[in-house]
Design a protein around this ligand. Structure first.
Ligand code: MF3
Ligand code: CO
Ligand code: CO
Length: 267
């Protein structure tokens, strides 16, 4: 399937779905604290998605070829879990870092976003990883404009992350998104400037770097979904869905509770 280009009402549909996805994270934020289970967060999210937003969860039952159906409305990836963590009955504890990733469908359009949460204060190393991963995502977003190439995004993320002593997970990437959850193109978080697809207005895709404090190697747990760092080092991830506009980018997964962009992002 080829890259799709959204225009007019299609862009409006994406804007709405993406804002709603971000609002799920806003709703969850005050609940992410020591003692709460990720299963409880999943229940809160699904209830909000279905009964408040009138949306469908894109992840409940999601089963790409070779995967068992995903059982929850959010991915909750704690500490050394890189991505695709399945909510469970373990309580979060002080010092944990957790990524919560949510994808909703509204009127057939998908909105996909994730944020990091630090339970309690967190170690200096954990806070640094979470902050620099956020900045890495934005370094990628800043490259988005017509005529640029996907490799420019990957290079910006990789060079920044590695200059800080962190590593970039290679096996998972951002993706085109629209009426389908995962469309072309693949958006790698590493690469060379001037390579890969050229960006054109109307493209919508995610940028969602997974950055490890230690080595980049990962392994999959026996549940068929959960990805962890092989060396059990901490991993962080942030995700936005963006639109390529005529002059640059529009971040679609923004809402009242979105953290502000880093200081190096101007307007
Ligand atoms: N939301 C994830 C992404 O960013 C995909 C999660 S698929 C699931 O692409 F089934 F694990 F939920
Ligand atoms: Co995604
Ligand atoms: Co996601």
């Amino acid at each position: 399937m080829a890259t799709t280009f959204k225009t007019g009402t299609e862009v409006d549909g994406m804007r709405t779905a993406c804002r709603l996805a971000s609002e799920v994270l806003d709703m969850l934020t005050p609940h992410v604290k020591a003692g709460v289970t990720t299963q409880h967060l999943d229940k809160l999210a699904l209830d909000h998605i279905v009964n408040v937003q009138g949306c469908v969860s894109a992840t409940v039952g999601y089963a790409p070829p070779g995967y068992p159906p995903f059982p929850a409305s959010i991915c909750t990836s704690v500490n050394h879990v890189v991505c695709h963590g399945i909510p469970n009955d373990r309580a979060l504890k002080d010092g944990d870092i957790v990524n919560i990733d949510v994808t909703v469908i509204k009127d057939g359009w998908h909105g996909d976003t994730s944020r990091m949460f630090i339970v309690g204060e967190g170690s200096i190393q954990a806070r640094r990883l979470v902050q620099l991963t956020y900045e890495a995502m934005w370094k990628g977003i800043l490259r988005v404009k017509p005529g640029a190439r996907l490799g420019d995004i990957g290079h910006a993320i990789q060079s920044f992350s590695e200059s800080q002593g962190f590593s970039v997970v290679r096996e998972f990437c951002g993706h085109g998104i629209g009426r389908k959850f995962h469309e072309e193109p693949q958006v790698l978080h590493y690469g060379r400037p001037g390579t890969m697809d050229e960006l054109k207005p109307g493209m919508t895709f995610t940028i969602e770097p997974m950055i490890n404090a230690g080595r980049r190697e990962i392994r999959e747990l026996g549940d068929g979904w959960t990805i962890v760092t092989k060396d059990r080092s901490l991993s962080a991830q942030w995700e936005h869905t963006v639109l390529v506009t005529d002059s640059g980018y529009e971040v679609l997964t923004l809402s009242a509770g979105s953290p502000p962009p880093p200081a190096f992002v101007n307007g």
